[in-house]
Design a protein around this ligand. Structure first.
Ligand code: APR
Length: 312
């Protein structure tokens, strides 16, 4: 039987994620939103692309405005993209609390019907929302993770490939920490065909790439004017879904709950993990220089402040 993935939140990131999963035939997809009609319309539109693309996966869209999540029952993976964008006059904390309320309501509803699922949180502020989902779900830490590192690393790899005029296939970038300006790109561990990029790119150019990676989300927002990135974020979420559904044991940077690893306790931080059918199957620990450790601590401190505000 085909696997089942629910995507909660049928906005730009959610619908693109559902579309990619459907198009790849990776799983049957259920797209949910609080709005009426749109998720069903988008899902039907996806389904009707099946004969052209050769995908037999099903796509269903439902509104959960009435609180009915039955169609999501027995999902293997649940990707959560539901949330609100920041509106004028809204402080960072207002947005944080508004999205926390969304995550809380959604997670409470979905975990009842899919008690064995793996949750992938995409809603921002990502690390804090992942921590909220972990606490609300009561799931083991291996089954709740946040998507950020895959996206941030992909952005860095894009810029490295562009700089060196090499295939993106050759580039492996390594970004740790929270999904924000304090994220920690690690050039020492980033390679092109196995060669550290520190040996291929001059320091000033590398610094430009790191700065652009850190502000990757803002660069897109500035161009789009309304809304934020969704093509690369959805691709990143789908890479994680695929690693889980295909039990790939793939090492990817993800936000996970740390209990002692990297010196952090009781906090979601972006680190390399092994992803397979059980979810987070291993947290990979690597040696960091004192500077890298300090940067990771600064990034984690930002996450800690956010989780304090919402009390999770
Ligand atoms: N249940 C389901 N869907 C909800 C709920 C809820 N309780 N609350 C809001 N939504 C829906 C909205 O109706 C909207 O369709 O979430 C969707 C969010 O979509 P967009 O506003 O298009 O935002 P998007 O660009 O998809 O980003 C979603 O991902 O990358 C992050 O920062 C981004 O937090 C944001 C999230």
């Amino acid at each position: 039987m085909r696997k089942k993935v629910t995507v909660v939140g049928g906005g730009f990131v959610g619908s693109t994620t559902a579309q990619r999963i459907h198009d790849m035939g990776l799983a049957d997809v259920v797209l949910t939103d609080i709005v009426e009609g749109a998720p069903a319309g988008k899902a039907l539109d996806m389904l009707e692309s099946g004969p052209i693309l050769g995908s037999d996966a099903s796509a269903t869209g439902i509104t959960t405005a009435t609180g009915d999540y039955q169609a999501t029952a027995n999902s293997d993976v649940i990707v959560i993209t539901a949330g609100f964008p920041r509106k004028p006059g809204m402080s960072r904390d207002d947005l944080l609390k508004a999205n926390y309320d969304v995550i809380k309501a959604v997670v409470e509803a979905v975990v009842k019907l899919s008690p064995n699922s793996i949750l992938i949180v995409v809603t921002n502020p990502l690390d804090a929302m992942a921590q909220a989902a972990f606490k609300v779900s009561g799931f083991p830490k291996s089954r709740v993770l946040g998507m950020a590192g895959v996206l941030d690393s992909a952005r860095m790899s894009t810029f490295v490939a562009e700089e060196l005029q090499v295939s993106v296939d050759n580039v492996h970038s390594f970004v740790l920490g929270g999904h924000g300006d304090d994220m920690v790109p690690l050039p020492r561990y980033s390679t092109v065909a196995g060669i550290p990029i520190t040996e291929l790119i001059a320091t000033d150019k590398l610094e430009t790439i790191i700065a652009r990676t850190r502000k990757g989300g803002a660069e897109i927002v500035n161009l789009l004017k309304t809304g934020s990135a969704y093509y690369a974020p959805s691709a990143a979420a789908v890479e994680m879904v695929q690693a889980i559904l295909h039990d790939k044991k793939k090492i990817l940077p993800c936000a996970v709950y740390l209990e002692g690893e990297y010196g952090f306790n009781g906090l979601f931080v972006g680190v390399p993990v092994k992803l397979g059918s059980k979810g987070v199957e291993q947290i990979i620990q690597i040696e960091l220089t004192p500077e890298e450790k300090a940067a990771l601590e600064k990034s984690a401190a930002s996450v800690r402040e956010l989780v304090k505000v919402i009390g999770v």
